[in-house]
Design a protein around this ligand. Structure first.
Ligand SMILES: [Zn+2]
Length: 193
């Protein structure tokens, strides 16, 4: 989630895959970390999916809402060195030019944004495990470098970028999550950009 307020475009509607499972409407959601209502706040929603490779059906494993304040808190706790390494990883490995092109061409087809893993560039519809992330303001999805999908392979590559010290910081922060989510993310890295 970027730190500035330069979002100018909104998706006309929230794509089906981002509809919350824990709430009837996004506007009812609360930050998974601080429990603040997200009605008028900017937040990141990350969802994790498993695909049955026979039927191709996907099922949601968990969803995490993180408000901007908590995002800033976590970002401030991560060392400058880890942040620099993640920026380098993003510049070298992630499909930012593709997303910029989609953004500039005003390409509003959500399938284009979630078709490939943003790290490995492999097709998401062939992946067994993947996460998606989007930025929202209340009930509306914002249009930025996100939404994106990242396969488990890509998530593990991102996870390797962090030092043990940063992992400890993240673990501390994640310990604020409700126990049911904490249990599910135990072995699952997160996008949390
Ligand atoms: Zn929060």
């Amino acid at each position: 989630m970027s730190e500035n307020n330069e979002f100018v475009l909104f998706w006309p509607e929230v794509p089906e895959i981002f509809k919350p499972l824990s709430y009837e409407h996004l506007s009812q959601a609360k930050c998974s970390f601080c429990n603040e209502a997200l009605t008028e706040k900017m937040y990141l929603l990350e969802k994790s999916f498993h695909r049955d490779m026979h039927t191709k059906e996907i099922s949601q494993q968990f969803e995490i809402f993180i408000c901007r304040d908590c995002f800033t808190e976590i970002n401030n706790a991560i060392s400058e060195e880890s942040k620099a390494r993640m920026e380098q990883f993003q510049a070298q490995k992630m499909d930012t030019p593709y997303r910029r092109k989609l953004f500039e061409s005003n390409y509003m087809n959500i399938n284009r944004w979630l078709k490939y893993c943003a790290v490995t560039n492999k097709r998401i519809d062939l992946e067994e495990e993947f996460n998606i992330a989007g930025i929202f303001l209340g009930d509306t999805m914002l249009y930025d470098g996100l939404p994106m999908a990242i396969s488990m392979e890509g998530l593990l590559q991102m996870d390797e970028v962090y030092s043990n010290k940063t992992r400890d910081v993240l673990d501390d922060f994640f310990s604020k999550l409700p126990p049911d989510i904490l249990q599910k993310i135990k072995n699952s890295p997160l996008v949390l950009i």
